[in-house]
Design a protein around this ligand. Structure first.
Ligand SMILES: N[C@@H](CCC(=O)N[C@@H](CS)C(=O)NCC(=O)O)C(=O)O
Length: 221
């Protein structure tokens, strides 16, 4: 049985949950809060970061390493593209959302709206929130540019690009960091993802002390 050490608003853990669920795997969730530096998380991942995944003696960490492992060991359905070119594009875009979207949008929102709320008990900084909102707008425009050319972000098939993008966007949306107005095409893509059973289950999760906006888990938003 897979045991995933995570917290509900960790976008990298969401990507792992989404990928494992697409492969039909059942996962037991174990709450881990990296900011509390728990010994158990340290023992599994020396970086003391979520996600960390265990299955018996097997221990995996880092969402990219985990999803690559899952793809190599559970053949169907594929989540990293059909051809070499599609796989390269899926990996490029997965990195785009994991690195750029996270640095510019998700991480500042987590810091301002989660950590300051439940750990340091400070008010969020409006300048940081406005800058994250501008970056989110630019990323949604990029999503729409990609969807002008392809059914899914990296090509004709669903892939880790969609998984990582949806995982990051869902956390930003939970933290009221996404303005969907004027983004009908991105909304349609995200709504299709929301309706997948593998993703829908995550939208029911709540982080203690932080409530999402009303539209967050609605298919029609
Ligand atoms: N490269 C890692 C990044 C994981 C990561 O940054 N996780 C965050 C939580 S969302 C974390 O544990 N941060 C605590 C820290 O970096 O000390 C992955 O893809 O899994």
């Amino acid at each position: 049985m897979w045991r995933l050490h995570q917290f509900p608003l960790c976008p990298f853990s969401r990507a792992v949950r989404f990928g494992l669920a697409e492969k039909g795997e059942v996962v037991e969730l174990v709450e881990a809060r990296p900011w509390e530096r728990p010994d158990q998380l340290f023992a599994l991942n020396p970086a003391c970061q979520t996600p960390a995944l265990e299955n018996g003696a097997l221990v995996l960490a880092d969402s990219t390493a985990i999803l690559e492992y899952v793809e190599e060991t559970i053949e169907r359905p594929p989540i990293i593209g059909a051809s070499a070119a599609e796989r390269a594009e899926a990996r490029r875009l997965a990195a785009w959302f994991k690195e750029r979207f996270y640095a510019e949008v998700t991480a500042p929102l987590l810091s301002e709206r989660l950590i300051k709320r439940i750990v340091t008990r400070e008010m969020p900084d409006g300048r940081v929130l406005r800058s994250a909102a501008r970056a989110a707008e630019t990323h949604l425009q990029y999503v729409e540019y990609l969807l002008d050319h392809n059914r899914w972000l990296a090509g004709p098939t669903f892939s880790i690009a969609d998984i990582h993008a949806a995982a990051q966007i869902s956390v930003a949306d939970y933290l009221s960091g996404v303005d969907w107005a004027g983004h009908a095409q991105a909304k349609m893509w995200y709504s299709a993802l929301k309706s997948r059973p593998s993703f829908r289950a995550m939208l029911a999760d709540r982080m203690e002390g932080v409530r999402p906006p009303a539209h967050y888990d609605k298919l029609d938003f």
